[in-house]
Write a protein that binds this ligand. Sequence first.
Ligand code: 5RP
Length: 252
Amino acid sequence: SSPTSSSPLSTPIPSVILTQDELKKIAAYKAVEYVESGMVLGLGTGSTAKHAVDRIGELLHQGKLQNIVGIPTSKKTHEQALSVGIPLSDLDSHPVLDLAIDGADEVDPHLNLVKGRGGSLLREKMVEGACRKFVVIVDESKLVKHLGGSGLAMPVEIVPFCWKFTAKRLQDLFEDAGCVGKLRTFGENGEPFVTDNGNYIVDLYFKKDIGDLKAASDAILQLAGVVEHGMFLDMATTVIVASELGITVKNK
Ligand code: 5RP
């Protein structure tokens, strides 16, 4: 049985076909109900978190929220938050945050996450690791039985220096799981994707279950050249899932 508690269908959604983006927005708006005036907030990155940032800006503008300080998890979110009028600061000035709201790429039944397919995993992990409460917002497509089992990327941020060497060592770590590591690139010429921190990302793809997640996490972090990985283990305190049937709130 799942160690989490759920309150299914707490908010019914009208019976129309909703797009994935509309579901993301519904989850995001629900999460913003957790925000109170005076809070220091971690602001996530990605298409789901973007809705939450917009909503917080809107409530500030309407005077329904006051004295919010936002700590963005990427340069992109920094720009967006400024554009909607959220006052910003950083972890040096606010080492403990009240609440963070962010999306995820995968959520398992224990509320462990894969994050970073948008490339912001390091700052997300720093900010969200400093929060008293971390609310994750997803549409139901992000729910998985096992992290890394969806056939999609498990991102690892690495230093650019001899990246092929580090990518090969990462791949070798998970040889038994049929791991293939690919440098994340963009554009027609396959330029390396560079993170906000000047690093590269290797996306790991697994053919089989990677087994013990904590052991996998420790093994990855022990490799020199690795900066951080996208497994967020035991960090989320609440996950809000939007589906055609309604909103489900899962609490740790
Ligand atoms: C960015 C992330 C995002 O939260 C994650 O990729 C989900 O993105 P989206 O809300 O666009 O589906 O981890 O690094």
